[in-house]
Design a protein around this ligand. Structure first.
Ligand SMILES: Nc1ncnc2c1ncn2[C@@H]1O[C@H](COP(=O)(O)OP(=O)(O)OP(=O)(O)O)[C@@H](O)[C@H]1O
Ligand code: SF4
Ligand SMILES: [Mg+2]
Length: 332
């Protein structure tokens, strides 16, 4: 399989400087330091054309930050992102900018990601005209065709976002992303805000579009049931680090990393209920001060002496990747 998207050691740090009051308090003796969060810490994996890759992990583990870096909405601190062989990390060249346009992101809350003062026709058509994918004269037909593609009547072109339901707004968000003819979509909790019945419709739409337009997805979701349904492979993150990558069936049938095992233990596997995971036993440590060695060691039932001292190496065996000492020499 040739990679469409390749991440090599991609990291993102957020530094929080002290404000004036805090600097003053520090001068008076308060124990205040500038802080840094490693929101994404050296992520390396690739995605093949046509694949759907799920990205899961507890809140704050860096999923959105990773997605935003891939979409070019957030600069990386370190590492390289390649798309179809072109380095798009900084998107400085025209070729890299053109490639970047092929990657689009669909957000959780369509209401806040759509301009409330713009009509659908402009929301969907604006970028296509700007990038020369249609002309001013042809934009009405272009938008109508996109609305049809996402299952909406052309009459929606004259509406404003507040005149539509959540599901319709999310379809507009999808049409807007499709307007620039992307090949790769990052869906960041794109169905989480919708009613359960509408979620199923939007998932079906994603699957239809995948077939019709030969799309590739990075699908970020809290809902493991949805990920199991839609993804070919799954990437699991914990406190900024990728801890396991595996084909969906292998991951759900036989997760190898203790964190993934704990995550899946929380999910009722029988019955038709929703499969949103709750938090794994134990507190999520502060990302400002993550535990040394393997970040998971304070919560890990398998932790041994190496775990608090050494960062686990990433080991791949038969398409299944884990970062855990148990899989690197056999003892933790
Ligand atoms: N703009 C920012 N400035 C400072 N810190 C940030 C910023 N964006 C994210 N972070 C921090 O980076 C870490 C990862 O956040 P991120 O939003 O990527 O997590 P997530 O996995 O998407 O979480 P959720 O499931 O809640 O959406 C968190 O500790 C978060 O507080
Ligand atoms: S490295 Fe150690 S603490 Fe981390 S998951 Fe493996 S056994 Fe648990
Ligand atoms: Mg997020």
């Amino acid at each position: 399989m040739t990679a469409m998207l390749e991440l090599d050691g991609v990291s993102r740090r957020f530094e929080k400087k002290l404000d004036g009051v805090e600097r003053f308090a520090r001068r008076l003796g308060a124990d205040l330091k500038e802080t840094c969060v490693n929101a994404v810490d050296s992520a390396s994996f690739s995605i093949a054309r046509g694949e759907v890759v799920g990205l899961v992990g507890e809140s704050g583990c860096g999923k959105s930050t990773l997605g935003r870096m891939v979409a070019g909405l957030l600069p990386v601190s370190d590492g390289t992102i390649r798309f179809e062989g072109t380095d798009v990390t900084d998107a400085k060249s025209a070729q890299a900018r053109d490639k970047r346009l092929r990657i689009q992101m669909i957000f959780q809350d369509p209401m806040s990601s759509l301009n409330p003062r713009m009509k659908v026709a402009d929301i969907v058509g604006e970028a296509a005209v700007y990038h020369g994918l249609t002309t001013r004269a042809g934009v009405t037909g272009y938008v109508d065709a996109l609305l049809a593609k996402v299952g909406l009547d052309p009459a929606f072109a004259h509406r404003y976002p507040h005149q539509m339901s959540g599901g319709q707004r999310q379809r507009i968000g999808i049409a807007r992303a499709l307007a620039v003819q992307p090949e790769f979509l990052i869906c960041d909790e794109s169905i989480a805000a919708l009613d359960v019945s509408i979620q199923a419709q939007v998932i079906n739409l994603f699957q239809d579009l995948r077939r019709e337009l030969d799309l590739t997805y990075l699908f970020i979701s809290h809902d493991l049931g949805v990920v199991e349904h839609i993804a070919d492979r799954v990437v699991v993150m914990y406190l900024g680090r990728v801890v396991e990558i595996a084909p969906t069936e292998a991951l759900f049938d036989a997760p190898r990393h203790p964190y993934t095992q704990a995550l899946l233990d929380q999910v009722p596997r029988l019955g038709a209920g929703r499969q949103t995971f709750r938090t794994v036993k134990g507190e999520i440590p502060s990302p400002l001060n993550p535990p040394p060695g393997c970040h998971f060691h304070p919560r890990c039932p398998m932790a041994g002496p190496r775990c608090s001292r050494e960062v686990p190496r990433t080991i791949s065996q038969g398409g299944h990747t884990t970062a855990c000492h148990l899989h690197d020499g056999g003892t933790a």
